[in-house]
Design a protein around this ligand. Structure first.
Ligand SMILES: [Zn+2]
Length: 273
């Protein structure tokens, strides 16, 4: 499709195709077969039937100029993911299996050759653009045993209370949601080897792990095995929509959680026990 568009644009009398609407219109006219032509060709060969559609209800009021993600020309799947930290998900191949079509790509039927989604953080193009960063929602904390997990959307950073005497010696874990609250239809084992039973109410995400930092105003984190999904019991969620500021330090991704948010999480834990 990209080379067809390019060839057309190089023609002397070509109309300028400089936005999504014009491209969808052009592709529909020149790159799709009518249903009858397609049906007649189907008899002799395996023709491909292409569809083009324009998604027009995109909110473009929030501007964020970011650095280009390298290798995007090779990618067949890109999706929005989170606003804080600003991130997209990428996948080299597209998959249309029953699971991927409804967002349950962890169960992908073609796992063996379609690689999982990868999360890519978006960094501002210039330091000046920092203040233009997408304004995320307000963080939410649990004050009572309400259903805070209902508020966790894909891409949100959420906190779960850590079990006593955990190996990491932490009071809570931070994860980025990649599958919202749901009830398990079967027993499963997550990528960390932990068992969950049928009918458990769970939420899924990828971990952030705290790293040492001398900063006084924030705690520093980095992504931990972002290709591995952890399952958590939904009632253990104590905070969500946490703001994580992303920074690149010596080629390494770091994320900062404000001390005030950290303290609010500790408060929730204290009040719960
Ligand atoms: Zn799939």
């Amino acid at each position: 499709m990209k080379s067809a568009l390019r060839r057309y644009q190089l023609k002397r009398d070509a109309d300028l195709l400089d936005d999504a609407h014009k491209i969808v219109e052009w592709c529909t006219k020149h790159m799709t077969l009518s249903a009858s032509t397609w049906a007649s060709r189907q008899e002799n060969s395996n023709s491909i039937f292409r569809f083009f559609w324009e998604i027009s209800n995109v909110d473009r009021t929030r501007q964020f100029t970011c650095r280009t993600v390298s290798g995007t020309q090779k990618l067949h799947s890109i999706s929005t993911f989170s606003s804080s930290p600003p991130a997209i998900r990428i996948r080299t191949l597209a998959c249309y299996c029953d699971y991927c079509m409804v967002g349950l790509d962890f169960e992908c039927a073609y796992k063996s050759h379609v690689s999982p989604w990868q999360i890519v953080t978006l960094y501002p193009d210039m330091e000046d653009d920092l203040h233009n960063e997408v304004t995320p929602n307000e963080p939410q904390f649990m004050v009572d045993y309400d259903d805070l997990t209902d508020l966790v959307d894909i891409g949100d950073v959420f906190a779960v209370i850590a079990g006593e005497d955990n190996a990491e010696g932490v009071e809570y874990y931070l994860l980025q949601c990649n599958c919202t609250k749901s009830k398990l239809l079967n027993s499963v084992i997550d990528d960390y080897g932990i068992d969950y039973s049928r009918d458990d109410m769970i939420i899924k995400g990828t971990y952030f792990v705290q790293i040492p930092s001398r900063a006084k105003r924030y705690l520093a984190f980095e992504r931990f095995h972002f290709d591995k999904t952890s399952i958590q019991f939904s009632h253990l969620v104590i905070g969500t929509k946490l703001h994580m500021t992303s920074v690149m330090l010596k080629g390494k991704e770091r994320f900062q959680l404000q001390i005030c948010d950290h303290e609010r999480l500790l408060n929730v834990i204290r009040n719960r026990c």
